[in-house]
Design a protein around this ligand. Structure first.
Ligand code: SAM
Length: 289
């Protein structure tokens, strides 16, 4: 495979930026070559130049966009990633959510369906939303007393990559994937073994809904959320894009809602609307009413 010219590189990274907002600097040419070269043939191209030409003239279809998105997004994730945000979720956020369910059930006019809505913004292969669902299940079992049930919770899981989204929907993980973050006890409680693989049980699956969504788009169509997990995605975007996304989170969060970012992400110089609270090692961003 021939090396990519700088001109072709520029065209390809501009295309990636336009479709999903991911910024690739001059130092990432090796990465783009490494990820695009195995799919060049599938894209109907004989060289990077050929692809660059296709992209710049607009002569390409939806499938080309999908394949480039699937190749260029970084989907690294694990169950209970970084651990501490999930401790905060279990100990600080969930007691509040249980109370919200009770209060909302008391209001006769409250709509049917989940009483508390959560959003896993960049769900990747599903470990993040299923980790949230495992905690919800454990807390409901321990504290629900039959008055709060799993059906009172809904988790919307979104990602732009169709490849990871379909794996997330399948909810089927290999031994190495479950070993990253799950104790054998958690695994046995929430998964069904299928040969070497482990499949998320129906109790968790029932409250998680999957949808393809680009965070560069408007959020209003998605509704309102009590908790938003937006972890390890903002790092890929420009400050301007981060500002737009954070401001939209603020608007769609319910009063007193919670937002959790990735461990390497913060709002410094980006947004002043949120109130921050610390819980252990976790910074919790809140929209105080
Ligand atoms: C590193 S993973 C983070 C997974 C999970 N949140 C975690 O912290 O473990 C980043 C995810 O963001 C998704 N992504 C990248 N750009 C996106 C966009 N514009 N809209 C929605 N998802 C996007 C990628 O497909 C990828 O699955």
């Amino acid at each position: 495979m021939s090396n990519m010219s700088h001109e072709s590189y520029k065209i390809i990274i501009q295309y990636v930026f336009d479709i999903c907002g991911i910024v690739l600097g001059d130092d990432k040419q090796y990465l783009v070559e490494q990820r695009i070269s195995p799919i060049l043939e599938e894209l109907g191209c004989t060289s990077f130049e050929d692809l660059a030409n296709k992209l710049s003239t607009g002569v390409h279809n939806f499938l080309v966009r999908e394949k480039i998105l699937n190749a260029m997004t970084t989907n690294e994730t694990s169950f209970f990633r970084d651990e501490h945000p999930y401790v905060a979720f279990r100990e600080k956020i969930m007691p509040d959510m249980m109370e919200r369910v009770r209060q909302r059930k008391d209001r006769a006019w409250q709509r049917r369906g989940p009483k508390v809505n959560m959003w896993s913004v960049a769900a990747s292969t599903g470990q993040e939303p299923y980790s949230m669902a495992m905690i919800i299940s454990d807390v409901v079992n321990m504290k629900g007393m039959g008055l709060v049930t799993m059906e009172d919770f809904g988790i919307l899981s979104t990602d732009i990559s169709s490849k990871v989204l379909s794996k997330a929907m399948e909810g089927r993980y290999g031994p190495l994937e479950v070993a990253r973050g799950l104790t054998p006890e958690m695994r046995n409680r929430h998964f069904i073994q299928d040969g070497e693989h482990y499949v998320v049980n129906d109790k968790l699956r029932k409250i998680v809904e999957f949808k393809s969504f680009n965070v560069q788009d408007q959020f209003t169509q998605l509704g309102s959320f009590d908790v938003i997990f937006c972890r390890n995605i903002l790092i890929y975007f420009t400050d301007d894009a981060k500002r737009k996304i954070l401001s939209q989170f603020f608007h769609i969060l319910a009063p007193n809602g919670y937002l959790l970012l990735g461990s390497a992400e913060n709002m410094y110089n980006l947004n002043n609307d949120f109130t921050t609270e610390r819980y252990g090692a976790t910074t919790i961003y809140r929209k105080l009413a």
